[in-house]
Design a protein around this ligand. Structure first.
Ligand code: IFM
Length: 427
């Protein structure tokens, strides 16, 4: 196990397996794509499976000291309880390369994709799902533990739940809030089980291993600030989407009024908080036309409070929301790693400005006493943006999908400069 002290500020960028590796033929996303349920199939993506050494060379030139990526469950366990050692060797090679370059790996175990065998058994609706996920976790951690000390069990569980089970835009394509509510405790239990497996795998638990989820959080504002109903629904949204999952992991029980209350563990199963932040939503206090009973959200650019700046997908650019969300996490008294924050932009100048302003927003929260552990920009490379395909470009490194050529954007240098300066100025 690497005993080197962790840097005072972790900084760099992030990716996820299915979005960059290419040819992940054994997962449910691939099957969804082949069935024509999204506009574009992922295909060879950024071919990072074969190009990771060159890609990591770019990270090193940019000076990043941390990098987040995910291992692909369907490569490691392509059929139930059959383990592909070559896939594990591959991830070990990636980790060794990062260490050789002095870059701290942050490894995600579940980033939206599931093996087809798991999906066929009912996926996350199956009450046994946490057991399958914990078995996978143990296998991975036993094999890779020498090289990893920061683990993310599940990426954005509430977003996964929302698109997989409410909008139906992602696999398994279900549109039912009732199903989503059944999946929720399974995801919580999966994290708790994985957390325990991870700590059990290390001889010296807790001291040198950090485990969390990556929690997507948004800023919410009432559509009409004078409407009590809109304000109540903002509170509900914030409670359900932003805090319910975190609270369940910190307190050891999941409480969902009228539907659910279950004790899961005897203590907290978060060693830090991984935060993914992108945007703000205006909430209308009505259930009519909404996909959940939690109000209707809009990012209407005509709204008088809207910043008048959007990304290519129409998400409001709202750095103040990041400060707000970070302030709301202070009460958990845990270090916070911003595990994703980024923009898909047509012009890199917008990305440069986004990075500067969001880092300032983080530093503002830090000055107000929020314990910031690091900042990882989403994403290192342009990549497969799920149902949106290859249109939106989030990368600080441009990818030419015809030739797989990489081109470092100016925003990559802006990120490095801002983080270096930030680190130097830390007390
Ligand atoms: O690309 C995604 C990522 O997989 C999860 N967080 C949000 C990103 C941008 O939509």
């Amino acid at each position: 196990m690497n005993q080197k002290k962790l840097p005072s500020l972790l900084w760099g960028s992030a990716t996820a397996a299915h979005q960059v590796e290419g040819n992940n033929t054994n997962n449910d996303w691939w099957a969804f794509e082949q069935a024509g349920k999204v506009r574009f199939p992922s295909g060879i993506a950024c071919d990072q499976f074969n190009r990771f050494k060159d890609d990591f060379g770019i990270l090193s030139q940019l000076g990043h000291n941390a990098h987040r990526f995910s291992v692909e469950w369907s490569r490691i366990e392509p059929r139930e309880n059959e383990w592909d050692e070559k896939a594990l060797d591959h991830y070990e090679e990636m980790l060794l390369e990062l260490h050789r370059l002095g870059i701290e790996p942050v490894v995600t175990l579940h980033h939206f994709t599931n093996p087809i065998w798991f999906a066929e058994k009912g996926g996350w609706l199956n009450p046994e799902a946490p057991v399958y996920f914990a078995r996978f976790t143990r296998r991975v951690v036993e094999r890779l533990k020498e090289h990893v000390r920061i683990w993310i069990t599940i990426n954005e569980p509430m977003v996964f739940l929302y698109h997989g089970f409410c909008t139906g835009l992602w696999p398994p394509g279900v549109k039912s809030f009732d199903s989503a509510v059944k999946v929720l405790p399974n995801l919580v239990k999966a994290h708790v089980a994985a957390y325990r497996e991870i700590h059990a795998c290390y001889e010296n638990p807790r001291k040198e291993v950090w485990v969390s989820i990556s929690k997507h959080m948004s800023a919410f504002s009432p559509y009409d600030p004078r409407s009590i109903k809109d304000r109540v629904f903002v509170f509900l949204r914030d409670w359900f989407f932003n805090h319910l999952f975190l609270k369940a992991l910190v307190k050891g029980f999941l409480f969902f009024p009228g539907i659910y209350c279950e004790f899961l563990s005897s203590g907290s199963t978060l060693d830090f908080i991984g935060l993914n932040y992108y945007s703000r939503y205006f909430i209308k206090g009505t259930t009519k036309g909404g996909l959940t009973p939690l109000g209707v959200d809009t990012q209407d650019p005509e709204h008088p409070e809207h910043s008048k700046e959007q990304n290519v997908m129409g998400w409001e650019v709202y750095p103040e929301g990041l400060t707000r969300v970070l302030m709301s996490l202070k009460k958990y008294k845990l270090p916070i790693l911003i595990s994703e924050n980024g923009i898909c932009a047509a012009e890199d100048a917008q990305r440069e400005s986004f990075i500067r302003r969001h880092i300032d927003a983080v530093r503002k929260a830090q000055s107000a006493g929020v314990p910031i552990w690091g900042y990882l920009y989403w994403s290192f490379l342009d990549n497969f943006e799920w149902a949106e395909g290859y249109g939106p470009r989030f990368g600080i490194v441009e990818v030419n999908y015809d030739t797989q050529e990489r081109k470092v954007r100016q925003s990559a240098h802006v990120l490095s400069e801002a983080c270096r300066k930030w680190k130097e100025q830390l007390p």
